[in-house]
Ligand binder design. Structure first.
Ligand SMILES: [Zn+2]
Length: 246
């Protein structure tokens, strides 16, 4: 009975220890630790490679390695890996050196933590470090970030497709402008026609999430940009204008 409780306590401590590391990594004060963890991740992670490739960091880590014995009411003593961490006020007084020292001590605690392999991140969407829930979890910190990233990628795809459709329609409408009797400048004239056509098309096909009005609308600015990028050659009336460059 007693033995089981102690085992649970050790696992819980490793978990809490890892949670503390993650909390620091995600805090504004975590930049030093983030920098070390990035080096570590880039090494494989392989602490052997990390230590060999970064001799200065190796010296820092060795010097800060001062675990304390933490006696318990049983025959077993625990180890406090962040014993050399220093009091908050003292470390704050040391400024940058203090933050560096804490980062080094905390990194030591991370690499001796049996759950080190569960640390992952930063999540490409929210930039947070996190504790993996499953081994298969490789990229995003949560289902929420994963789903949102998929949705964002899908939105980008849709907008890119819209942009190409608008370009194609613009070229067609520019041709119409050159033979029309309008006195209006080509840009607002074309923009209005393209927006109208695009809206009609989108409403017929149906658009989810993104409002059709927003997707359809183009302005003179869109055309100015397209000219700037060489996607459209600006027309002049009755001068034998040819469609797009590309
Ligand atoms: Zn995330």
């Amino acid at each position: 009975m007693k033995r089981r409780r102690i085992q649970t306590a050790i696992v819980a401590d490793a978990r809490r220890g890892l949670e503390f590391v993650v909390g620091t990594l995600n805090s504004p004060q975590g930049s030093e630790l983030r920098q070390i963890v990035k080096l570590w991740q880039a090494s494989g992670p392989s602490t052997l490679e990390l230590f060999v490739e970064n001799p200065t960091l190796n010296r820092e880590l060795q010097a800060a390695w001062r675990p304390l014995l933490l006696p318990t009411k049983s025959g077993n003593a625990n180890i406090n890996f962040v014993g050399g961490w220093g009091a908050k006020e003292m470390v704050a007084g040391l400024g940058e050196a203090g933050l560096r020292h804490q980062a080094v001590v905390l990194f030591n605690a991370l690499i001796v933590n049996p759950l080190w392999g569960k640390l992952a991140g930063p999540c490409p969407r929210c930039q947070n470090y996190y504790i993996k829930k499953r081994e298969s979890q490789k990229v995003y910190c949560s289902r929420r970030c994963g789903n949102a990233a998929t949705a964002e990628a899908r939105t980008r795809e849709v907008l890119e497709k819209d942009r190409l459709t608008k370009l194609r329609m613009s070229v067609e409408e520019i041709q119409n402008w050159t033979i029309s009797r309008t006195k209006e400048d080509w840009k607002p004239w074309v923009a209005k026609r393209v927006t109208k056509r695009m809206l009609k098309e989108l409403l017929r096909a149906g658009t989810r999430k993104l409002p059709a009005e927003k997707r359809a609308s183009i302005t003179s600015k869109f055309l100015t940009r397209a000219v700037g990028k060489g996607k459209i050659i600006p027309p002049t009336k009755g001068s034998g204008w040819r469609p797009a460059a590309r």
